[in-house]
Write a protein that binds this ligand. Sequence first.
Ligand SMILES: [Zn+2]
Length: 259
Amino acid sequence: MEYIDVHAHYDDDRFVEDLENELEIVRKSGVKYIINAGSSIENSKKAINLALNQDFIYCTVGIHPECIDEIDRVNEVEKLYNENKTTGKIVAIGEIGLDYHYDNPNKEKQIELFKKQIQIAKKLDLPIQIHSRDAVEDMIKIIKNEDELPNKIMFHCYELNEELTKIIIQRGYSISLGGNITYKRKESVKEQIKRIPLKQIMLETDSPYLAPQEVRGTRNSSKNLKYVAQEIAKIKGISIEEVVRQTYKNACEFYNICK
Ligand SMILES: [Zn+2]
């Protein structure tokens, strides 16, 4: 079976010592492509370098809401894309969004940063990878106005929410599911995964974070995508082969990366 990991962080310090080795293991496990996500300006540059050095890795550029201090550098996101456009390696703006998880988030600034990067993506006609945590009400407010958004939107590490799920199904947006769906979850979460058509689902690891239950506590890597696929198959009552085949196809089409 062949997999695509649509969201991972191989530029993370935890991969510094044995990156080549880990990527070899990942390839052998059936992973055909990886999209390495940027989360700050510096880190987006690292993601670009990684993608330029590895045939099977693509990347996104963007400023994560936790890097709100970089709001004054937001124009560099567009610059980075334009400087590397001809390589074809930057496939989306991300990860961008809202994160109110920690104390005293600067909501106003986060919203401003998010909206600015949405505009950049729309202008460049690129998909976006959205990160949303504990901020669903404001997220819904922002995505209400469809005209201001790029056509292709993927909610990464999707935090299931009834109202947002409805919008996603209606508008045909995509979600990517990761290792955290294998953790003990409420039934309502499974119900929502059941309702979202497989055509709108992709697989991710968010490596090195969120290792699936089977290997929880370890450094996550794309070789663990099979556990995510297995859980989706179980929830939807279909075969793992079908999940892997369809999510692969979805990622190819969404990011236009399969050669
Ligand atoms: Zn991430």
